[in-house]
Design a protein around this ligand. Structure first.
Ligand code: HEM
Length: 192
C-alpha cells in the first residue's frame, strides 16, 4: 500500500482479507481508544492492554502527521498545560477560545496533508497539539524521547517502523470463522 500523501519511502505491504464487523459502536470504541488527555503511563497501559509496546505507541502516534483535531480535544492543553511552547499556545488560543468554538479545527502539524517527520520535529519544540502527543517527548532522555528524536530526523526509520506497527495493530483480535465479513470496499459494509 502506498501512502500517496508522502514521499516514495512511505509504503508498506498489507495483508488482505481481514474480517470486519458489520456494525460499529461508538461506546465500545471509546472504551478502548485512549482519550487525548491521557498522560504517558496511561497511554502505555492502554497500548499494552492491546499487546502494543512503547515503540508502537510512538510510531503509530506519527499518524498525526496528517489531519486535524477539534478545539475541544486540546483546549485544556492550551490553557492549563505548562509543557507547551508559549507562542504556539497563544496562537492556538485565537482559534480555540475558552468557551465555544468546540468544533474549530487545527492541524496536528504545519504540513497536515503530507506524511513526513514534521509531527515529530514539533514535539521537540513542545508543539505537540494534544497532550497525548507531547507526552511522548519530555526532553528527559527517556526511551520515548529517543524514538521521537529518531523519527524526527530519519524518515526511513519512521516509514519502516510505521508499517511494521500498522500490520501489528491490524492483526489485533480479528474476527474469525463465520463472524463478520471481508469487505469489498474497506470504507463500508457489504450490501447483500
Ligand atoms: C496515542 C493515542 C491517540 C490519541 C489519544 C489520539 C487522539 C486523536 C484525537 C483527539 C484526534 C482528533 C479527533 C477530532 O478532533 O475529531 C485524532 C485524530 C487523528 N488520529 Fe489519533 N489518537 C491516537 C492515536 C492514533 C493512531 C494510533 C492513529 C493511526 C495509526 C491515529 C490517527 C489519527 C488521524 C489520521 C487523525 C486525523 C483525522 C482527521 O483529520 O480526519 N491516531 N486522534
Amino acid at each position: 500500500m502506498k501512502l500517496v500523501l508522502g514521499g516514495n519511502q512511505y509504503w508498506y505491504k498489507v495483508l488482505l482479507g481481514r474480517r470486519d464487523a458489520r456494525t460499529a459502536s461508538k461506546d465500545a470504541a471509546n472504551a478502548n481508544l485512549p482519550p487525548p488527555f491521557f498522560n504517558f503511563s496511561q497511554l502505555i497501559t492502554n497500548f499494552q492492554s492491546h499487546g502494543l509496546n512503547l515503540k508502537d505507541l510512538v510510531v503509530l502516534s506519527g499518524a498525526h502527521t496528517i489531519g486535524f483535531a477539534k478545539c475541544s480535544t486540546f483546549r485544556d492543553r492550551i490553557y492549563n498545560d505548562t509543557n507547551i511552547d508559549n507562542d504556539f499556545a497563544a496562537n492556538l488560543r485565537n482559534t480555540c477560545p475558552r468557551i465555544g468554538g468546540d468544533t474549530n479545527l487545527v492541524p496536528f502539524d504545519s504540513t497536515p496533508t503530507k506524511v513526513d517527520t514534521t509531527y515529530y520535529k514539533g514535539l521537540l519544540y513542545k508543539k505537540g497539539l494534544l497532550q497525548s502527543d507531547q507526552e511522548l517527548y519530555k526532553g528527559d532522555g527517556s526511551q520515548s524521547d529517543r524514538y521521537v528524536k529518531l523519527y524526527s530526523k530519519n524518515s526511513y526509520a519512521f516509514a519502516k517502523d510505521f508499517g511494521v506497527s500498522m500490520i501489528k495493530m491490524g492483526n489485533l483480535k480479528p474476527l474469525t470463522g463465520r463472524k463478520g465479513e471481508i469487505r469489498c470496499n474497506c470504507r463500508k459494509v457489504n450490501n447483500y
